[in-house]
Ligand binder design. Structure first.
Ligand code: ADP
Ligand code: MG
Length: 750
């Protein structure tokens, strides 16, 4: 390959002229350091890829070409020029692996490096994040960012200002998992709230004409009739005004608890508590609660004590977390086919690096079968043939369920094999590393073992010659995925670094994706009218089936764009809230609400407690209110999102309406926070010492991933104690931050 900069770097390596800090010089030093420490010589392709990373590109480089090393070059070049670098790996196992593997190079380069995984204790994280380069996962980094939002002691905040992030297996994190929100929740010491009981009693007057049940979400909405009734019963002017949003959500929750949720199907009552039943396993799920007001409503239904429970304090979708970094780069084997998404969502250009050696992999075209049973027969037979030849075969399935089905069949056929479900990354990495061994049969879901190299003949390459003769690794892709990228990703497991290899790609007419996109209609008379055995051969049918993947890809792309119309605003509001809260806690902004709104009381308080202490407390009280407000905001917007499509009936644009409603809610908060602040000052005055004043903070916090917006309570929280009982210090120099929207109202002009 031809690349002028790469040639220049190598000239410098030869001449030894590389003491400065230009990219070329640093790369040349890194080159030397790699040879010295790891005993390998970087390839030109790796240098070219590293340059692209340094330029903030999305680099496409095939599996096994050595991307881990490329990131080191770009990381060093940026670190030595004053940037903080985060390298986001695909999972904890890889973060640890890559850190250990590459550390000698960083040491040689005089660049500090660290690693943060789920296991890293909270107290150590701050120190690690001070290193110039940090290996971690987007998930851990995102959680740390969120955790700082519930921290009241700036000394305890650990996450640095986002600067430069390199995402490994970038398409998976930035596209496939982009919408997954990271969530932080906490048990907040809320006051005893029995109002739900009262609401529940009153909603007994509602009958069928007063509400509707959405079939899909099973949520309950008021009809016009119901809205009128609610206004009468609860004595409010408009049930839909922002002031009454809490009441409305309580009413809907009570109706849902009464009309939709069934005892012994959705939950049981045990020891005077509501215990949820997992809809998939049918088992009870202690510790899990219904979202929002629904849990309390359910408790009211059975006349139980209304319990305290966790509230979502903050959340951020991975895609927005990535966008917090002013500079990002990425690397993956499959970027090209997602070019548009990378450009649109992240403003990052794709650069394709050619493979060092020509690719010898044979990629077979789509094989289509009449139904799943026929397809499975073909897959099993392909596995058996390979097994008899002792040729290694890797089967990429779509789900754990499918893996198990194939496994059952293989057991019957006496084929020994290994099944991987992406449950234990370290263990599975070891299995995947040996998937190229003579006679190995490995069944794996999409994600298992990503980022792990498959060498022919196994890790030690023992029977490499035999395996090469057998045709190398055979990859079987068992069904069509939502995007071509995923198929390519799987195919790419074979034929690494110029190895021989082969991939086959199966689909059936009754695969979900075919039905969802109506293949039957697309094909018309070419669609088989009766069951046939073996692979289908109609050319039109095959062409249309192949096209389904692109159609589906376009749809999901559109869905994502559309979803952004709903999510952007929340991200904007979160960012402002987070910033403001930080400014209050580190003292770069001073609240003047007490002074301005209750001057007399304020003067008294200054005399009693001293101006400085009072100011620090005021900032902290306001910061805590911002946390509370943000929780309310999240509840409110979640509720809105569920109901907003109803505005379509009235011919309005739901996304627009949603944005307006969010903005209004946000603006209205300024007023309510003012009101609450005044009450707090009165409470402060009741204390003898200012230290006696207690600010409500979460007693316990936990973080988790929402796999799907609607499935939030299927996830297991990762428990975490972050609040110590000690008093927190409040010092911090001043530095002004910008004011936006509601905050300019709340904070006044300075
Ligand atoms: P990728 O992330 O692109 O799939 P890896 O970084 O995991 O690839 O590297 C794959 C394999 O290639 C590793 O075993 C690594 O040691 C080896 N490798 C990488 N760069 C070189 C090099 N310049 N010379 C020899 N081997 C290399
Ligand atoms: Mg890799």
């Amino acid at each position: 390959m031809e690349n002028k900069t790469v040639s220049k770097i190598k000239e410098r390596v030869q001449s030894g002229d590389f003491s400065g800090n230009t990219t070329e010089e640093i790369f040349a030093r890194c080159y030397k350091a790699t040879e010295k420490t790891l005993g390998i010589t970087p390839f030109d392709e790796q240098l070219a890829a590293a340059l692209a990373l340094d330029n903030g590109r999305m680099v496409q480089m095939q599996t096994g070409e050595g991307k881990t090393l490329c990131a080191v070059f770009a990381a060093c070049a940026n670190a030595l020029n004053g940037r903080n670098v985060h390298i986001m790996t695909f999972n904890d196992y890889l973060a640890e692996r890559d850190y250990k593997w590459m550390k000698p190079i960083y040491d040689e380069m005089g660049v500090t490096v660290g690693v943060v995984t789920e296991k890293t204790p909270r107290v150590e994280r701050k120190t690690v994040y001070k290193k110039q380069v940090v290996y971690t996962t987007a998930k851990e980094a995102g959680f740390d960012y969120l955790r700082d939002f519930v921290e009241f002691d700036t000394e305890m905040m650990c996450f640095p200002k986002p600067d430069f992030a390199i995402f490994d297996e970038a398409d998976s994190i930035l596209i496939d998992e982009a919408r997954i929100p990271l969530v932080i929740a906490g048990d907040v010491a809320v006051k005893e709230d029995d109002s739900v009981k009262d609401v529940y009693e009153k909603t007994k007057e509602f009958n069928e004409q007063d509400f509707e049940i959405d079939e899909e979400t099973e949520n309950v909405y008021l009809t016009d009739n119901g809205a009128d009734k609610a206004e009468k019963i609860f004595g409010v002017r408009s049930i839909y005004s922002a002031d009454n949003s809490e009441l409305l959500s309580k009413i809907c929750a009570c109706l849902k608890a009464r009309e939709v949720l069934k005892e012994d199907k959705d939950y049981i009552v045990k020891d005077k508590k509501i215990v949820l039943i997992d809809e998939f396993t049918g088992r009870t799920a202690p510790g899990r609660v219904f979202p929002g007001e629904l849990q309390a409503a359910c408790e009211a239904k059975h006349n139980l004590k209304i319990t305290l429970r966790g509230r979502i304090i903050g959340s951020i979708a991975l895609q927005y977390f990535a966008r917090l970094y002013p500079k990002i780069a990425g690397m993956t084997g499959t970027a090209e086919s997602a070019r548009e998404e990378f450009e649109k969502f992240y403003g990052i250009l794709v650069e394709v690096i050619p493979t060092r050696l020509p690719c010898e992999r044979l990629d077979r075209p789509l094989e289509l079968y009449y139904d799943k049973a026929e397809k499975q027969k073909a897959i099993i037979s392909a596995i058996k043939t390979a097994y008899n030849d002792e040729r290694p075969v890797l089967v990429g399935t779509q789900s754990i369920e499918e893996s198990e089905e194939i496994s059952e069949e293989l057991k019957k056929a006496g084929v020994s094999h290994t099944v991987l479900n992406a449950k234990n990354n370290a263990e599975e990495a070891a299995v995947i590393a040996n998937a190229g061994k003579r006679g190995a049969v490995t069944i794996s879901t999409n994600m298992a073992g990503r980022g792990v190299d498959i060498k022919l003949g196994g890790e030690d390459g023992a029977d490499k010659d035999f395996v090469v003769k057998a045709g190398g690794l055979l990859v079987l892709v068992t069904s069509m995925r939502e995007s071509e990228r995923m198929t390519l990703q799987l195919r790419g497991r074979a034929g690494r670094q110029g190895d021989v290899g082969e991939s086959r790609f199966f689909a059936a007419l009754d695969d979900d994706i075919m039905i969802k996109n109506d293949l039957k209609k697309l094909c018309g008379r070419h669609y088989p009218s009766a069951k046939t055995q073996g692979a289908l051969s109609d050319k039109t049918l095959l062409k249309e089936a192949s096209r389904i993947q692109r159609i589906s890809e376009g749809d999901t792309f559109d869905e994502r764009v559309n979803l952004m119309k709903y999510t952007m605003i929340g991200e904007k509001h979160r960012e402002i809230t987070f910033e403001r809260r930080n400014a209050l806690l580190n003292g770069s902004y001073q609240s003047e609400i007490w002074k301005k709104n209750a001057p007399e009381l304020y003067d008294k308080a200054v005399k009693k407690f001293g101006g400085e202490k009072l100011q620090a407390l005021e900032n902290k009280v306001l910061a805590a209110l911002l946390n509370e407000f943000h929780s309310d905001y999240l509840d409110y917007t979640a509720y809105l999102r569920e109901g907003i499509h109803l505005t379509q009936i009235a011919g309005r644009n739901p996304a627009e309406e949603y944005n307006i409603a969010c903005e209004e809610y946000y603006e209205s908060a300024a007023k309510s926070i003012y009101g609450q602040m005044e009450g707090k000052l009165e409470d402060v005055m009741k204390c003898d010492k200012i230290e006696d004043y207690h600010i409500d903070m979460p007693t316990r916090i936990y973080t988790y991933l929402l796999n799907d917006m609607a499935e939030e309570f299927k996830v297991k929280p990762i428990l975490l104690n972050v609040f110590s009982e000690e008093e927190r210090s409040e010092d911090i120099p001043a530095e002004d931050g910008g004011k936006k929207g509601f905050f300019s109202k709340l904070f006044g002009k300075k």
